[in-house]
Design a protein around this ligand. Structure first.
Ligand code: AMP
Length: 396
């Protein structure tokens, strides 16, 4: 079966078409500036040319129509007709506490996605727009929602509760949900495969990209994860602060006469390694600036490594040890210097990198032969995870 994977944002839509016979990518692409002017980049993987052009997309529906037209077209296509697409899998940010697993989209699922609008105000409405657009253009094709939060639903109450008045948990659903769940699920499952699926295997996964989060899992079930009610919590990120003393918010708002919206913009868009360095949110820029002697760029890198290291230590404590440490996403997969900084000093926990192996790329083991903990780079593949869930649900 061929499965279309959709990640719809408020003005963009990323897609991949995956052949589940051999889990191969047939085409991928991106619709941008939906509702503004519109642009489509479509990349067939069968040797046909890339299509990239301005196109008018008043809504997500026209964007999906354009994607389907390209997928079946003579010049850029990868399938002969739309009927070859057996199902559509959608990335949905927030499933609240109701969705512990992916689900076929029906009225109840749609209602739950809507109910989570306040918890994911930027993403959930856009994700639902993507679903509605596909329903309109591909009636009869099953749609599946895959939630970024569902991985975190295995956490025990002591891990997901905040120490706030209990009524806010009951009344306002305030708890740790965790995000990047599809990536953590993919990588932790792969880590188990690579290490022989021994029962009780404890995995710490560091998903380090522009957004970053860590997870602790045993047998693929989430024990704890660093993002919280929203993706603002945890380690510092490209532009997000990660964990801070909550009183800083009131203090800075008072000192600088900031509104709550302005304060949230500071925390979401002006903080993290960008905020500390004043240089960039991009770790490559920080590496270059630090190499040229920029002290704040080096501090931003040091702060990031230090906080990730602290989370690893915390998760070792939470699980009573660790068997496998994995690195994934843009920084985790590509920055050997960041992996080395993070692992430096963790030898006391049996975590020992091999400096030569750590220079490698792709899916590889990078632990030293005498490391107690096995360390891997595992490239994440959220789209494939979505497609796998979709296939499983459609096949019943
Ligand atoms: P992601 O959000 O997973 O796409 O990751 C994006 C981040 O990965 C950006 O900050 C990039 O700078 C970073 N990144 C990608 N390649 C490298 C690299 N070779 N060295 C350091 N950082 C990298």
């Amino acid at each position: 079966m061929k499965i279309l994977v959709i990640n719809a944002g408020s003005s963009s839509l990323k897609y991949q078409l995956i052949d589940m016979e051999n889990e191969s990518l047939l085409a991928k692409g991106l619709c941008e500036r939906i509702g503004i002017d519109g642009r489509l980049e479509h990349k067939p993987q069968n040797g046909k040319p890339v299509f990239a052009s301005e196109m008018n997309f008043p809504t997500h529906q026209e964007a999906i129509e354009a994607v389907l037209e390209k997928l079946v077209s003579e010049e850029y296509g990868v399938v002969s007709s739309m009927s070859e697409i057996g199902a559509v899998g959608h990335r949905v940010l927030h499933g609240g506490a109701e969705f512990t697993k992916s689900c076929l989209v029906d009225d109840a699922c749609e209602a739950a996605i809507r109910k989570c609008f306040p918890l994911g105000p930027l993403h959930n409405p856009a994700n639902l727009m993507g679903i509605k657009a596909c329903q309109a253009v591909m009636p009869g094709t099953p749609q599946v929602a895959v939630f970024d939060t569902s991985f975190g639903m295995d956490m025990a109450p002591k891990a997901y509760m905040y120490a706030l008045p209990y009524e806010y948990y009951e009344k306002d659903s305030v708890r740790r949900y965790g995000f990047h769940g599809t990536s953590h699920r993919f990588v932790s499952a792969r880590a188990l495969e690579l290490t022989g699926k021994k029962p009780g295997t404890r995995v710490i996964n560091a998903h380090l990209g522009n957004g970053s989060s860590l997870s602790a899992s045993i047998d693929g079930k989430c024990v704890d994860t660093s993002m919280g009610l929203t993706p603002l919590a945890g380690v510092p990120m490209g532009t997000r602060s990660g964990d801070i003393d909550p009183s800083i918010i009131q203090y800075l708002m008072t000192q600088n006469d900031l509104s709550i919206d302005e304060m949230m913009t500071v925390l979401n868009k002006k903080s993290g390694v960008l905020g500390i360095s004043g240089v960039s949110s991009d770790f490559r820029d920080l590496d270059n600036a630090a190499a040229e002697g920029n002290v704040r760029a080096q501090l931003a890198l040091d702060k990031f490594a230090y906080e990730v290291k602290k989370y690893i230590g915390a998760y070792i404590a939470a699980m009573g040890g660790v068997d496998v440490l994995t690195f994934t996403a843009g920084v985790g997969e590509n920055s050997s210097s960041m992996r080395a900084s993070i692992c430096e000093g963790l030898e006391c926990f049996g975590i020992k990198l091999d400096p030569e192996k750590n220079k490698g790329r792709g899916e590889i083991e990078i632990s030293a032969d005498d490391s107690d903990v096995r360390i891997f780079i595992i490239p994440t593949n959220e789209e494939l995870m979505i497609a796998r869930d979709t296939l499983a649900l459609v096949q019943g």
